[in-house]
Ligand binder design. Structure first.
Ligand SMILES: NC(=O)c1ccc[n+]([C@@H]2O[C@H](COP(=O)([O-])OP(=O)(O)OC[C@H]3O[C@@H](n4cnc5c(N)ncnc54)[C@H](OP(=O)(O)O)[C@@H]3O)[C@@H](O)[C@H]2O)c1
Length: 339
């Protein structure tokens, strides 16, 4: 059964790659529907979030971390309903609304498909106040923000944090999670996004195109900030260590882009500061549950989304890769009831 009382289809539609490379390696294919192994949940996918990691996965950037077995279904984030559960799964039932960061980063098939099998440790019930499309926009960026701020950055109530790239998906979650944790937050963004970030709880929105970031931040936190979270990377914040108070920490979200070497840890140590590189660690279920509870209590909300059909996955990846996406993109795969 597929979670809505209908028999499971033997094959499913999925966006796959047969080799790594540019946009032309993507194709829509019929592939076997996965079966949930012990401890796994088979999700009937309603929506798949589109992340920068998806085009990087297509290009082969993940080969440092996992073997690609072709054909390979890409896609980090899924929302949908439980279609079936494997042995030893107790807390989920067919038909339940769930979302997850899939295990595509470990070489398993991802979310650009009608079904995805994921370890139960990655899967979380969707809060009642989120639809499938918004839920699919949450896991990877929110988990990266959480790991960067709290696991690596050790951010505490009353501390100060600069979120570099506050208007991106990771950045908007970071601004809200830091605010909800009782920190004071400054963020860099373009002029057009400043009001939006202030409405999300930012104390100071710094225009990265026209402002002197160091000068604007010093006017807000003269002794430097406790944590800098760099959500953009690639040398866009060349003076990150200069922005810290003594003993502070610069955390860079791992971009996987060749030549992005992250912060200069030797210089930081020499000056009495610290650095770390953050990525969303698997399985993310425990952290995603905490994020879901902040969403349920309306202390955190997903970014503005725009939806495209699964058939336009290639276009979606081009828009994200070129920085022209009109918001956080989500692929609609099936119209499922919200019950
Ligand atoms: N390793 C991991 O586990 C992990 C997980 C999640 C994300 N990431 C990585 O983190 C990065 C961000 O991901 P995302 O999902 O947030 O991407 P995104 O939503 O596409 O973020 C794009 C945003 O970056 C901002 N930006 C671009 N250049 C900037 C600059 N020079 N200064 C300040 N802001 C700038 C833009 O802000 P404006 O609109 O204001 O111009 C834009 O809104 C990507 O490289 C992604 O691959 C890694």
């Amino acid at each position: 059964m597929n979670g809505h009382g209908k028999p499971m289809e033997k094959n499913m539609r999925a966006v796959v790659i047969d080799r790594t490379g540019g946009p032309d390696v993507l194709r829509l294919a019929d592939v076997p529907t996965p079966e949930p192994a012990a401890g796994e949940i088979l999700i009937r996918v309603a929506c798949a979030g589109v992340n920068p990691a998806d085009w990087k996965c297509r290009e082969g950037y993940l080969s440092r971390f996992m073997p690609y077995r072709f054909p390979f279904v890409i896609g980090f984030d899924a929302s949908g309903v439980v279609a079936a559960v494997g042995a030893c799964v107790k807390d989920f039932v067919p038909g339940q609304r769930v979302f997850a960061q899939t295990e595509v980063g470990a070489g398993k098939w991802g979310s650009y498909a009608e079904y995805v099998a994921v370890s139960q440790d990655c899967v979380v019930p969707i809060p009642d106040n989120l639809g499938f499309a918004e839920a699919a926009a949450v896991p990877t960026p929110a988990l990266a923000a959480w790991t960067g701020l709290f696991d690596e950055g050790g951010l505490k109530p009353g501390q100060t944090v600069l979120v570099h790239g506050g208007a991106g998906a990771v950045g908007t979650f970071a601004v809200q999670l830091a605010t909800a944790a009782g920190a004071s937050v400054a963020a860099t963004c373009s002029t057009a996004r400043q009001d939006e970030l202030m409405a999300l709880g930012c104390d100071r929105a710094i225009d990265y195109r026209s402002s002197d970031i160091a000068g604007s931040l010093a006017a807000w936190a003269p002794a430097g900030v406790d944590v800098v979270l760099d959500c953009v990377g690639c040398g866009t914040l060349p003076n990150g260590i200069d922005l810290l108070r003594p003993g502070g920490i610069l955390v860079a979200i791992l971009t996987l882009v060749n030549g992005d070497n992250g912060p200069d840890s030797a210089e930081a140590t020499r000056r009495g500061m610290r650095t770390a590189v953050a990525y969303s660690k698997m399985p993310g279920g425990a952290r995603l549950r905490e994020i879901a509870s902040l969403i349920a209590s309306e202390r955190v909300r997903p970014p503005r989304i725009a939806c495209l059909p699964l058939e336009q996955a290639g276009r979606a990846l081009d828009l994200v890769q070129s920085g022209k996406a009109p918001g956080k993109l989500v692929l609609r795969i099936a119209e499922l009831s919200n019950a």
